[in-house]
Write a protein that binds this ligand. Structure first.
Ligand code: BGC
Length: 416
């Protein structure tokens, strides 16, 4: 071999080594944060990691609520190519954890004292057999309403606190020719509204019995029929083009004053903020009428997939960044959610965020904190999907309320 060839070969080898080590320092993250507000929040996380020299391989899978992301995940795991970290909700984490697919984060959790600062309700979805398998990023909740303040003011509408006040406000907007409710007709969005409607109609004991305990009496009750009737009222007050619309486009209708209200989790706030809107001035946030004391929560977590027995340095660094108090504040201020730690100051949060933090703490201590049915915190995916099918079929007029109640009982029975 000539000297030149040897030198070339050596430099190629050095290049290959550098390239490999750069890749080894990346984390590949599968997530469904693809809207403007979500991407802005994700950038906080990317920036945090990049400042530690950890690169980011993005694996976005669009689709609110994460169903499509979970389908892609299953395909990746089946192909033996699990991503490093995956955005995940509630029962999905427990399912993967029980299958032994997730890495053991106990060392980093113990070093950083997660047991003492992560709310108990979240720990239930972050640990399997006493092992931490995922890092909680936030706490969202689904029983919120978002309103355009000028639209409400122009029509003399005060924030409704009861279902009757809400229906009156909706009717006022309809009479004024404004779309009362911005909605995206996708199963997970219908179910998100149903979380709040069921809680408001039947109260916390009913919500728990029906959605968490799967009690067939509660599922088949007159109260459930009334909840479906209320969904029919909502369906009658959305615009003609609601079908299939993405949730953030529905939020945009409220932002632009094309609609009065949107019932959606507090990720919607991220869209308002991303559009430069200010809570209390441009938009209002309030708990779904009749649910001021309750919180139906879902927490985004990053589950770390086992990459061969040990937690990689990158996974440990990602987990540690996610749980740091400064990141919890910076990220959740942008995302619309509230911190997944109990010891983070609310100083940097806007009024909706401050209220969210207060509501969460109060609901946790008064027994009014419940996992969201729509967002995987009440039951495993099989039951959740069975409920989605019935709720969405009813919303689209395939079932009347009585039939929906019967179908719900049967679907849940079969899914268990
Ligand atoms: C997630 C949020 C996300 C929303 C819409 C929810 O399931 O928890 O983080 O913004 O879906 O995509």
């Amino acid at each position: 071999m000539t000297n030149l060839k040897m030198a070339l070969k050596a430099s190629v080898a050095v290049f290959a080594l550098t390239a490999t080590s750069a890749v080894a320092e990346d984390v590949e993250v599968l997530h469904w944060w693809t809207s403007g507000g979500e991407a802005a929040a994700l950038n906080v996380l990317k920036g945090d990691l990049e400042s530690q020299g950890i690169g980011w391989q993005d694996m976005p899978v669009a689709g609110g609520g994460g169903e499509q992301a979970m389908t892609v995940l299953r395909a990746r795991v089946t192909a033996g190519d699990a991503p490093t970290a995956v955005q995940m909700l509630g029962f999905d984490i427990l399912d993967w954890g029980n299958q032994g697919a997730l890495a053991d984060l106990n060392a980093v959790a113990a070093k950083e004292g997660w047991d003492d600062v992560v709310p108990a309700a979240l720990q239930e979805f972050a640990k399997v057999d006493g092992k931490w398998v995922s890092a909680p990023v936030n706490v969202h909740s689904t029983n919120w309403v978002w309103a355009n303040k000028s639209v409400l003011d122009a029509n003399g509408i005060a924030v409704p606190t009861t279902w009757d006040e809400f229906t009156a406000a909706v009717e006022t907007l309809a009479a004024a020719g404004v779309t009362p409710i911005a909605h995206g007709g996708q199963a997970w969005q219908d179910a998100t509204v149903f979380d709040a409607v069921a809680m408001s109609t039947g109260g916390p004991d009913f919500y728990k019995a029906a959605f968490i305990d799967l009690d067939s009496e509660a599922l088949g009750s007159d109260t459930m029929k009334e909840a479906f009737d209320r969904m029919a009222f909502i369906r009658a007050n959305v615009d003609d083009n609601f079908s299939g619309r993405d949730w953030n486009l529905a939020t945009a209708m409220v932002i632009n004053g094309e609609a009065g209200f949107q019932m959606m989790g507090d990720w919607a706030k991220g869209e308002f903020l991303n559009a430069g809107k200010v809570p209390g001035e441009d938009f209002l946030c309030f708990r779904f009428p009749g649910t001021t004391e309750q919180v139906t929560f879902n927490a985004d977590q990053f589950a770390m997939f086992d990459q061969g027995g040990v937690v990689s340095d990158q996974q440990a660094a990602l987990a540690s960044s996610i749980l740091s108090p400064s990141f919890q504040s910076a990220f959740n201020v942008v995302k619309g959610s509230v911190p997944a730690r109990t010891d983070v100051s609310d100083a940097d949060f806007d009024d909706c965020g401050k209220q969210g933090m207060k509501d969460l703490a109060a609901a946790a201590s008064s027994g009014n904190l419940f996992g969201s049915m729509a967002h995987g915190h009440a039951n495993p995916a099989s039951v959740k999907n069975a409920m989605y099918d019935v709720i969405t079929a009813h919303f689209n007029g395939e079932y009347d309320s009585e039939t929906a109640v019967d179908e719900l009982v049967t679907a849940v029975e079969i899914a268990q």
